[in-house]
Design a protein around this ligand. Structure first.
Ligand code: NAD
Ligand code: AHE
Ligand code: ZN
Length: 375
């Protein structure tokens, strides 16, 4: 049986730096190994804004952004075995095919199966499923959740407990999972000192998970003074505003002073390459480990004196927290429904789909942790 094209509303970004425009789009039926999803809720992540703004070297326009969604499977193409119509699902921007060199390595959550086409804004067969006024529209991150219906590869979606509220667990599609994994998969944090640079959804998630795994001291760092109360609520033991340090005092030198030589673990959750350097240099000589989570603009590069690494500091990074979505997300949903991990606490704003651009403005206000859009 051949499925039908669906007409629905989607927020199209027609060009770098432009606001999103709600348009009627046509969503073609899922082909072999594809899944068409009715998106009910989506979060807005800083990475959506990063690509919208034109800072993403992989950005393609016109496109339908969004990668933090929750929805219900509408139909599936041939050969799809893991999900069926009616299943509650979260799309995954980090696929998990379980067959490629990456998946089989046991060393990474990055999957090679669809990443090249995904980065080119296409489905795995190198075509698109979205059209607007007869024009092809690119996919984004293999998810495009800013559409009432989207099509994803079957390796890029996971079914979750239908009893879990989709307006909450959609946030496990990126921010909260990214932060959780970055901490849980980093051995040694229990009993250690941690500094977290940037207290948005990602940074607060790192603070919260560090508390959960038993870090001894958690120093939150943010230039926005309003983030102190947020950080403490999520488990920070200290808060430092780098903008309030004495003239000429660098944040890394200050942190080294107050921690008897530096932190055991630091995390960049800002995407600012100067902050990334400070986070690395705030690490303790001999063993400190700094993890980059933030995403930097095209053309930006990190630097430090190699001596920083020669003397035992480690610089690393993680994508989607190192989490293999199809295998691990159902457990994380259970952790949420069992009260082990927070989601509700991150939701500061809610918007109707027609107000999605206001959701982006909320993000810039400095008072928004996550905005959930009701599609
Ligand atoms: P956000 O904008 O909500 O949070 C960033 C925080 O950093 C803000 O509180 C801001 O005040 C603070 N900040 C800005 N400049 C600072 C400075 N110089 N020193 C200290 N704090 C500073 O963003 P978010 O949604 O939490 O995302 C954070 C970053 O993580 C973004 O770059 C995003 O693209 C990236 N990200 C990466 C992954 C991944 O898989 N690696 C996943 C999700 C998001
Ligand atoms: N396209 C950008 C990089 C963007 C990036 O780093 N994305 C993160 C996820 S951010 C989610 O909010 C990621 O997972 N990257 C791994 C991957 O395979 O994309 C660029 O610089 O080209
Ligand atoms: Zn994201």
């Amino acid at each position: 049986t051949v499925g039908k094209t669906i007409k629905c509303k989607a927020a199209v970004c027609w060009g770098a730096g432009e606001p999103l425009k709600i348009e009627e789009v046509e969503v073609a039926p899922p082909q072999a190994h594809e899944v068409r999803i009715r998106i009910l809720y989506t979060g807005i992540c800083h990475t959506d804004e990063y690509t919208r703004s034109g800072k993403d070297p992989e950005g393609l326009f016109p496109c339908i952004l969004g990668h933090e969604g929750g929805g219900i499977v509408e139909s599936v193409g041939e050969g799809v075995t893991d999900v069926k119509p009616g299943d509650h699902v979260v799309p995954l921007y980090t696929a998990e095919c379980r067959e490629c060199k990456f998946c089989k390595s046991g060393k990474t959550n990055l999957c090679g199966k669809v990443r090249a086409t995904q980065g080119a804004g296409l489905m795995p067969d190198k075509t698109v499923r979205f059209k607007c006024n007869g024009k092809d529209i690119y996919h984004f991150m293999g998810t495009s959740t800013f559409s009432q219906y989207t099509v994803v590869a079957d390796v890029s979606v996971v079914a979750v407990d239908p009893k879990a509220p989709l307006d909450k667990v959609c946030l496990l599609g990126c921010g909260i999972t990214t932060a959780w994994g970055a901490v849980v998969k980093q051995p040694g944090i229990k009993g250690s000192s941690v500094a977290v640079f940037g207290c948005g959804c990602i940074g607060l998630g790192v603070v919260d998970t560090s508390r959960l795994v038993g870090a001894a001291r958690i120093i939150a760092v943010d230039t926005n003074p309003n983030k102190e109360a947020w950080a403490r609520k999520f488990g920070a033991t200290d808060f430092v505003n780098p903008a309030k340090l004495p003239e000429g005092k660098r944040i890394q030198d200050y942190l080294i002073e107050i921690t008897d030589g530096g932190l055991d673990y630091t995390f960049d959750c800002t995407g600012n390459v100067h902050v990334m350097r400070a986070a690395l240099e705030a690490c303790h000589k001999g063993w400190g480990v700094s993890t980059i989570i933030g995403v930097a603009a095209a053309g930006q590069e990190i630097s430090t004196r190699p001596f920083q690494l020669v003397t035992g500091r480690t610089w690393r990074g993680s994508a989607f927290g190192g989490v293999k979505g199809r295998t691990e997300l159902p457990n994380l949903v259970a952790d949420y429904t069992n009260g082990k991990i927070k989601i509700d606490e991150y939701i500061t704003h809610r918007r109707k789909f027609s107000e999605i651009n206001e959701g982006f403005h909320d993000m810039h206000s400095g008072e928004c942790i996550r905005c959930v859009v009701d599609m």
